[in-house]
Design a protein around this ligand. Sequence first.
Ligand code: FE2
Length: 375
Amino acid sequence: MTSQHEPRLSQDEKRRLYRDGFIIVRQAISADMTRAVKQLINENPDNKGYANNRDPRTVGLYNDSILPDILEEAMGPHTRPITGFVALTAPGSSDAVVRAEFDPAKIPHPEAHVDGGWAGLCPVKRSEILASGQDLHTWGSDGDPKSMGPAGGAPLWQDPDRTLAIGSFTAFVGVCLNDQSTPGKGQFAVRRGAHEAVEAFFRMQRRKGGPIGGGGPGWPRLVASGEDNAYAGKMPEAMVRTYPDNRFEMKGWPWPELTPALMQEGDAVIALHALPHTATPNLSDDPRINVYFRIRRHRPDNPHEGNRRVGWGVSDHPDRALNGDFLEYPDSYDPYKTSIDKLCHHWSEWDGMQQIIEKENIELSEQHSVMADYW
Ligand SMILES: [Fe+2]
């Protein structure tokens, strides 16, 4: 079966990508390709050794489909993924499942995040942090703690000079492998249109001297949790309160601030890195299966395009090796400043969007100037 979507975004799709920060590409992937990956996942349901992520059939969902053509046209050249991320959300909250009428009181409330920041429980107790003279806002300003090795996911810092605390890429691409068209199926969900507020926040952090990301101006690295714990990864209130109020009303959808990607097998979602997103609880009886790819526009001066150590396709911090090692760069190229520039001007990475942006800007410039005034 051949794909029914053209290998490029229509003008209308680009307009929606610009305004919403994401677009669903209907029927991007053929059924024989999705079927092959589902079979693979069924054979190795625990994804042992992350083998499913690297299998050619999985990576082929991106590389052998129309998705590279779509991204090349809308964004530009990019290093192809060598790995993806099979994201299976098992059926959950089974006792609370009431398919027709959800009880919001019993259902977890997911919060959207922007990828690339270190997230998780802090290995140091709150009392120890305060006793050492540090505070929750700037904790980690002396470097990556030893106890947070590569297994800790995204590192605290992208650069040895600690000017950048958030990893970044250009587009988050998710391929849907089963029916997610009805509410409560564990959908990928977003704060629709919040990408510009996130960019404005990064600009404010840069203007105030940085660092950019958690620990920088307006963004406490840690928040208190429980009796003596602290955790990282929460988006700062100062950012969240600038998100547009784009509500999604649908019977059976308990999180109106979040817009779900309602997809069918073979659909794909493309979202900007800056668009806050989250998985949502799977209240159904079926697993939710997506495969995700992180795509960054090619940077001609970057010597590590294609370097396997970066983990292209899955890494949310591609200026460092996937395992957290710092990479060597020539003096002529500053990867961290480049990333900060892109975080502060995300549409500069989208060649094929420039015409739409110009047209749409006339209408949206008013909203943007309101945002600029805010900061
Ligand atoms: Fe994420």
